[in-house]
Design a protein around this ligand. Sequence first.
Ligand code: APR
Length: 227
Amino acid sequence: MKNVVILTGAGISAESGLKTFRDSDGLWEGYNIQDVATPEAWEWNPTLVQDFYNMRRKSVLEAKPNAAHYALAKLEEKYKVTVITQNIDDLHERAGSKNVLHLHGIITRSQSSKNPNLTYPIDGWELKMGELCELGSQLRAHVVWFGEPVPMIDKAAQICSQADIFMLIGSSLAVYPAAGLLNFVPAYVQKYVIDPKIPSVYGIESMVRIEAKAAIGVPRLVEELLK
Ligand code: APR
């Protein structure tokens, strides 16, 4: 079975109603990223950060996978598929993808603020101040903030290096180390990019360009690959 490796970003969930980051002036749901998605923000105003992610979790739980998520799950009928996602939503899993690596964490889980390896499922949308991990420290969202290490990056790079077919869907590739993953995909691999506004970053020029929204472009490409 051929190995399909797919790197997804916020764009694949746009048509599920979840906003992308850089399509909205660098603000995330009206917030400056520095004020809600950094260890410093958590130190200064943990309640604001907790509330912010509670709202994001609520939106994720209310959202539904779209045709692009479902098409990627269908690809497993004929290929060994690994989805590497920068998204903190669980829409790939809910659409049926079995092999999903979350580079930036997943919002439906909580994480110890003392030991990032301790993560737990969250019941419902709200994580409250005062809810503690087994070490007695406050629980926060299981997401990677700016300035924090990306523990899954080496595994992701290794997966990229073994691709037979590669797809990039809905990411501006503005954030490292995720953006550097393209460098690990061997030169001979067939590569596709699906995005209504394809970013002009190094590595994109060797890809087949599908200039379309994910919910249109991904099912079309998957149909071709399943023929
Ligand atoms: N279908 C496909 N792509 C789309 C769609 C759509 N319907 N709508 C927008 N896009 C594209 C945009 O053109 C852009 O290239 O999705 C991309 C979104 O880029 P970003 O908002 O920068 O999102 P992403 O690349 O996932 O950001 C990476 O940055 O803030 C951090 O940790 C956060 O994981 C995130 C990381």
